[in-house]
Design a protein around this ligand. Structure first.
Ligand code: FEO
Ligand code: CA
Ligand code: CA
Length: 653
């Protein structure tokens, strides 16, 4: 159950069993939903709505080597849906950071029954998502010491707080008190935490001078074309240049000059008011999914989240945020030149001429894929020269042609339809309403673009398209070929020069193809992998991904439990050679959790994972479906970051 899914937010109500639901009953309910989904898929296949039938299943493994032609040699894990997590044999899971862990000086130990704003502001936040490892010392390739940058995407009130009663998750969210709402704000944002490996064991360094919390209350500078614009001004900030906090930071990325990028995604859910339907920005709000009723209770408790009090506050969220993880005093900056939408993440690629391209997906059904290219080249070893590189450049949106060409369309004020007649008076208007600009230039509506990552080994770019249950047979296009796409797919982009030293990520065109189509081979219509993919190797709902230094893709999933009746997990596959797209199951999360943020140390000996919202969607604080990772009767389930290593050492996988 992902926060990024408005339907899921509704579904939290419709599918939420009564408190006291057992894990067994819940799994049974999910399996019967799965049966209904399969019946739908079979009907599609019979009706010929799909282009091709699923690939045959050659291997059936499960804790047997059976790697086929894959270069990955770990014994494949079996699919499961359980209270605990599991990893491929020969590997070890360590819980490194849990919601509530004290990370700043004077932070109290976590006490679930006595949460406070002050404590949460100094403790590890809720729902860890994106992870990035920055070695210590800075500039080194250290793999046993570094800073872990972590996003805290959102809060799950029903699992966080006792006493919210029954009903849907949305209904329980509305019951949080003003004090609890402030705790939720303190649990959002991000953390920077010093981590160290001693022998085989990872631990975090409490009170490190590097440790930092960013919350929904932290001052953040606005820069780029939208900074200072009238639509960015509020009564608390008449300059339109400084905002309090960042919200719903999902995935992220980094820059070649050593800063981190953290991306605001579903910021629409925090705002509400009558102006959503009747105010002067009603059409704009609607295009961005902002409605009269917020999913969070915050507009009731804090005026800035109420559209009728502060109509411009939502325009100050939905951006890519940059900061220096090595300097806890540095003020984060929202870089508006990269556009405003539901950014999943942001990945960079350096072009042959030194300019830098940044790819970012807008994670919503029928939304677009974007690329920003800096105007100036990045200058190695000159922080001052790169400081504001993200304020000048060209934003593009993707159009996938059926002939395999990807055209990057420029979103520049004054060009094509982006004129004053259409409401685009300046580049500020273009970036604030990037979605509407994309509509007008003819971008391709995608099946929820999640993570986009660059594979340095082959110069290609991989786009996770997580699912789109609402696409009809009439709405399919070449890059999104399945109606009612429950399991998602992965698109592979091949820029000019891919496979050489000079990959041109700034080019106006590239080639594209489908790397895999998720779902169960032989069962889910259109599922497509390497033909040797095993009964445990298939996946559902790709969300985040990472590449190890050999260029193999590691895909984390979000939503496989609902879509396919299996736990979310981490899967690995070669991207080239005989084992291309032969996915293998490596890790399975506890029930209710999604897997995010896969992140390798430079030497590949550790992969960090974010295990987000364990136990979400079912039951309550009092009667959770799992108490992972503590399994202590006094503890609710806690979103946590884990470190996976190979027993005896060596690269993971
Ligand atoms: Fe927050 Fe798109 O996942
Ligand atoms: Ca995500
Ligand atoms: Ca997701």
């Amino acid at each position: 159950m992902a926060c990024d899914d408005p339907e899921a937010l509704e579904d939290l109500g419709r599918s939420n069993p009564a408190p006291g639901t057992t894990l067994g009953a819940m799994i049974e309910a999910r399996l019967s939903r799965r049966f209904a989904l399969l019946a739908g898929a079979a009907a599609l296949l019979a009706g010929g709505a799909e282009g091709s039938a699923a690939a045959p299943v050659a291997h059936s493994s499960g804790n047997t080597p059976g790697a086929g032609p894959s270069t990955l040699t770990f014994p494949e894990l079996r699919h499961q849906l359980a209270e605990g997590d599991a990893v491929a044999e020969g590997h070890r899971i360590q819980v490194l950071l849990r919601w509530g862990d004290p990370i700043l000086a004077e932070a109290p130990d976590f006490d679930a029954g006595r949460q406070s704003v002050e404590a949460q502001s100094r403790q590890f936040g809720y729902n860890n998502d994106f992870l990035n490892f920055f070695p210590l010392p800075r500039g080194s390739r250290a793999s046993d010491h570094g800073l872990l940058v972590v996003n805290h995407e959102y809060t799950g009130a029903a699992q966080m707080f006792p006493g919210l009663g029954g009903g849907s998750a949305n209904a329980r969210r509305q019951r949080v008190s003003a004090e609890q709402a402030r705790i939720e704000m303190a649990a959002h944002g991000g953390s920077v935490v010093e981590v160290r490996r001693e022998g085989a064991d990872w631990h975090y360094v409490k009170d490190s001078r590097y440790n930092r919390r960013i919350t929904a209350m932290t001052p953040i500078r606005l820069s780029g074309p939208a900074a200072g614009h009238a639509k960015m001004q509020t009564s608390a900030d008449p300059t339109g240049r400084q905002v309090l906090g960042m919200l719903n930071n999902c995935a992220g990325g980094d820059t070649p000059w050593g800063t981190v990028l953290t991306c605001e995604e579903n910021t629409n859910y925090y705002f509400g008011g009558a102006a959503a339907e009747s105010g002067p920005q009603a059409a704009h709000y609607k295009r961005y999914g902002i409605g009269r009723e917020a999913a969070w209770s915050w507009p009731k408790h804090e005026a800035r989240f109420n559209l009728d009090r502060e109509p411009n506050e939502p325009n100050r969220f939905g951006w890519v945020v940059e900061y220096d993880p090595y300097d806890p005093t540095s003020m984060p900056v929202k870089r508006t030149a990269l556009g405003r939408f539901k950014h999943e993440g942001c990945t960079h690629a350096v072009c042959p001429d030194g300019r830098v391209a940044f790819y970012s997906g807008d994670d919503e059904r029928f939304e677009y894929l974007y690329k920003f290219v800096t105007n100036r080249p990045f200058v190695p070893n000159d922080p001052a020269a790169n400081r504001d590189l993200l304020d000048g450049g060209v934003l593009h949106v993707a159009r996938f042609e059926a002939n395999g060409t990807l055209r990057w369309l420029r979103l520049v004020q004054g060009e094509g339809p982006l004129t004053p007649e259409n409401g685009f008076h300046s580049q500020a208007d273009v970036v604030i309403e990037a979605r509407r600009a994309g509509d007008l230039v003819g971008a391709t509506p995608m099946d929820r673009p999640e993570d986009v990552e660059t594979n340095r080994a082959n110069g290609r770019v991989y786009v996770m398209l997580t699912n789109n249950s609402r696409r009809t047979a009439e709405q399919v296009n070449a890059a999104n070929p399945r109606p009612r796409n429950l399991h998602g797919h992965v698109v592979e982009i091949i820029p000019p020069g891919a496979g050489t030293e000079a990959v041109d990520h700034a080019a106006a065109e590239a080639r594209w193809g489908i790397f895999l189509a998720a779902g169960k081979p032989g069962v889910d219509a259109g599922a497509q992998y390497h033909r040797a993919t095993s009964e445990n190797g298939w996946l559902s709902c790709p969300d985040n991904c990472a590449f190890d230094s050999k260029g193999r893709i590691w895909i984390a999933t979000d939503g496989a439990d609902d879509a396919a009746g299996i736990a979310d997990g981490l899967y690995a596959a070669d991207t080239d050679g005989a084992g291309r797209a032969l996915t293998r199951c490596f890790y399975q999360a506890p029930v209710g959790a999604e897997v995010c943020g896969p992140c390798f140390t430079p030497d590949d000996t550790t992969v960090f994972l974010s295990i987000q919202h364990p136990g979400e969607g079912e039951a309550s604080y009092e009667q959770p479906t799992t108490r992972w990772p503590d399994f202590d009767e006094g503890m609710p389930p806690r979103p946590s970051v884990i470190a996976i290593t190979k027993i005896g050492g060596g690269p993971v996988g």
